[in-house]
Design a protein around this ligand. Structure first.
Ligand code: CAA
Length: 293
């Protein structure tokens, strides 16, 4: 028996689209909710483009692609999620935005046993759980980008999460989605970002202080340490606005300077050069290949 059958995903940006894709490919019935029609259309396009990429790479067959698309249902009204037994929130990494989604879900989900998960990278799960009347049903389930490719899920129970809920999402992550789970306490950054974010921010500070060029910083980590991509390219993949929000949450939690977003990152966000999703970040993607900006 599967841990969940009817999954809802709120938000269909980079992470939400990937989560919806892996759930649909695992054979689940998936409803996706976005704020408005343009965001929904962009989200649907993102899922299909990723399935196409998987097919080109021989990871997804034509039949699996078609079946996954069939299992996905797109909505702009959160009330469409009433019959879900698991909802995964993957909206923007801002506490007030996420809390509004949790508040809305509280009034919508019919099943008292329904589990509500957040894909937040850095916001304390308990802050989201406490806006609901069922905080024991809330848990952190953190995926990695690109979701169809990365094999990890972090699971973060709060002080109030029921053990049965934690075990149910762990079984879902391993048995249904085929991922590997690490468990962490409800502290900003959990395991991976607590290690990764200071490293990425160090890359920005290194560029800002003129120690090396973007390409040399990235080549240093790719060719010297066998990372799949260097810190600046990875920031472009994550999205600079998301990275800044994560760093701010972590700085807020620990007040450690190593988590503080450096001025260059802040200015790039202000300028709207957010990485791959806007065509320009530390690199320029407009010409088809990445060249330093
Ligand atoms: N479904 C299944 N497989 C897919 C796929 C899909 N939708 N899309 C791509 N793939 C497969 C490809 O077929 C390919 O497989 P092979 O290696 O077996 O050929 C593989 O995934 C890699 O794809 P590409 O060849 O297209 O791309 P690449 O080799 O240039 O790798 C990358 C791109 C996967 C992004 C790689 O550079 C990488 O892993 N980078 C690091 C990413 C990372 O660190 N992510 C974590 C970010 S932090 C985070 O997410 C958390 C947070 O809170 C911020």
């Amino acid at each position: 028996m599967r841990a969940f059958d009817r999954v809802g995903v709120v938000g269909c940006g980079l992470m939400g689209a990937g989560i919806a894709e892996v759930c649909a490919r695992a054979g689940l019935d998936v409803k996706v909710v976005e704020a408005d029609e343009p965001a929904l259309a962009a989200g649907r396009k993102r899922v299909v483009a990723s399935l196409d990429r998987g097919r080109r790479g021989g990871k997804v067959t034509e039949a699996d692609r078609a079946a996954a698309i069939q299992r996905l249902d797109f909505h702009t009204d959160i009330a469409a999620l009433a019959d879900r037994d698991l909802v995964i929130e993957a909206v923007a990494e801002r506490q007030e935005v996420k809390r509004a989604v949790f508040r809305a879900l509280d009034g919508v989900l019919a099943d008292p046993e329904a589990v509500i998960a957040s894909n937040t990278s850095s916001i304390p799960i308990i802050e989201l759980a406490m806006v609901m009347h069922r905080p024991h049903q809330v848990v952190g389930v953190h995926f990695f980008n690109p979701v169809p490719v990365q094999r990890l899920i972090e699971i973060i129970p709060t002080q109030l999460t029921a053990d049965a809920v934690t075990e149910r999402v762990a079984a879902f992550s391993t048995d249904t989605l085929g991922k590997t789970v690490v468990r962490a306490r409800d502290r900003a950054g959990f395991v991976v970002n607590a290690l990764l974010v200071p490293y990425l921010l160090s890359g920005v500070r290194m560029l800002e202080s003129g120690i090396a060029s973007a390409e040399d910083i990235d080549n240093g980590m790719v060719l010297g340490c066998a990372h799949p991509m260097g810190p600046l390219r990875l920031l472009d993949l994550i999205g600079l606005d998301t990275a800044r929000s994560i760093a701010e949450s972590m700085y807020e939690e620990y007040k450690e300077p190593l988590y503080a977003p450096p001025p260059l990152l802040r200015r790039m966000v202000a300028a709207g050069t957010l990485g791959r999703k806007t065509g320009r970040g530390f690199y320029d993607y407009a010409k088809g290949s990445a060249t330093p900006s």
